[in-house]
Design a protein around this ligand. Structure first.
Ligand SMILES: Cc1ncc(COP(=O)(O)O)c(C=O)c1O
Length: 372
């Protein structure tokens, strides 16, 4: 079916023309500053804060270390409420901090943490909530904040999927105490590997910057056992260049998402997410959900069929984090506690979406899905 027989992956990293990157490299070679808050790093922090509309941003070498550090910035300990329906790094960041993850089920509309199930999971040990804006769709931030305020909990958003997403006319990263982003190769904005923490004030930014640099708060002062999670100058330079093309890339993603919706809306047994209200989306993913009875084929059968045609969709997020060996012994990881997530994890498949996905590839993907 895939006539060119070239594999079509769920995503393909977006890169600018190599010639555009050469002058940045020349500058790095010229000034010999490779890392440690160099000129490109400083410039990218400034430009990203402006582009996203956030007060303070601190760049990281990846999103996972941004998450691990964010928990340390706020001295989070004990238990943290989080979602099983995410990439495994979300919960791993808790284990790296000796924190016990407490899984709470998701809501079926957008697959985000269900705020109405949070209160029942709060114990005297709970110190924070770690929700994820899954697929870039905003969590129910107002309700989550309301609960956090009542119980005196911090909120750290894993916004790894939500680069550039605005909610109620402001960056989704302005919600909660801290938000983290990922600039991994597979994300809508990439610096090959990379990430960031967004915070509200200069004092917190300073603390984040100490912690990502071994805890150095001066030449001879170390304020905590910080880590080395600094973004280097090559990553930052690429980020500056990527930013120039970002809006155009999102528009291309929007067109692909619209084509998928148009073409798939009449197929019985296939559903997709609604448009989130008051949200400027980033079209990072295009998940579809298979109702086996109505579609006449299971999600796994479709996944395999796509694969046989050299089309590599991904079952994000299957298995649930709570099913991995380091989590499944937890009380909160029991399937009966996570019924919605269990169900959705069996139905989901993310279709390829990236700016350079051409119409020929789209036809191939849609043909495989449509013919049964
Ligand atoms: C929801 C989520 N959180 C965290 C991460 C980790 O980010 P990184 O790969 O930049 O370490 C990812 C993806 O990679 C993710 O999808």
């Amino acid at each position: 079916m895939n006539k060119t027989n070239k594999p079509i992956y769920v995503t393909q990293p977006t890169l600018p023309d190599l010639e555009e990157f050469i002058p940045y490299l020349e500058q790095i070679w010229e000034n010999k500053i490779l890392t440690n808050n160099g000129p490109f790093h400083k410039q990218l922090e400034k430009e990203l804060a402006k582009f996203l509309g956030v007060p303070y941003i601190s760049l990281f070498t990846n999103g996972t270390l941004a998450l691990v550090t964010a928990l340390q910035v706020l001295r989070i300990s004990g238990e943290v409420i989080t979602t099983p329906y995410s990439f495994v790094a979300t919960a791993h960041s808790l284990l790296w901090n000796n924190i016990k993850p407490v899984f709470v089920d998701i809501e079926p509309e957008f697959c985000n943490l269900d705020p109405e199930k949070i209160e029942a999971a709060i114990t005297p040990q709970t110190t924070a909530i770690l929700p994820v804006h899954v697929y870039g769709n905003p969590c129910k931030t107002e309700r989550i904040q309301e609960i956090a305020d009542i119980y005196g909990l911090k909120v750290i958003y894993d916004a790894a999927h939500a680069f550039g997403v605005n909610y109620n006319k402001q960056s989704i990263c302005n919600y909660g105490d801290l938000s983290i982003l990922s600039f991994h190769a597979t994300k809508v904005f990439n610096t090959m590997e990379g990430g960031a923490i967004i915070c509200h004030d200069a004092t917190t930014k300073k603390r984040i910057d100490y912690l990502k640099n071994f805890g150095f708060a001066g030449e001879t002062t170390v304020m905590a056992p910080g880590i080395n999670s600094k973004m280097n100058e090559m990553q930052a330079a690429l980020g500056l260049l990527q930013l120039k093309h970002h809006k155009q890339n999102i528009e291309k993603r929007r067109t692909i998402a619209e084509t998928y919706k148009q073409e798939l809306k009449s197929i019985t047994g296939i559903s997709f997410l609604p448009e989130a209200e008051n949200t400027n989306a980033n079209f990072a993913y295009f998940p579809i959900f298979i109702n086996e009875k109505e579609y006449g084929m299971s999600r796994n059968q479709l996944y395999k069929k796509l694969k046989q045609n050299n089309i590599y969709g991904r079952r994000y997020f299957y298995p649930l984090i709570s099913e991995f060996p380091m989590y499944k012994g937890l009380d909160s990881a029991k399937p009966e506690n996570l019924m919605v997530a269990e169900q959705i994890a069996k139905q989901v498949i993310c279709l390829p979406i990236y700016p350079d996905l051409n119409s020929e590839a789209m036809v191939q993907i849609l043909t495989v899905i449509k013919e049964k």
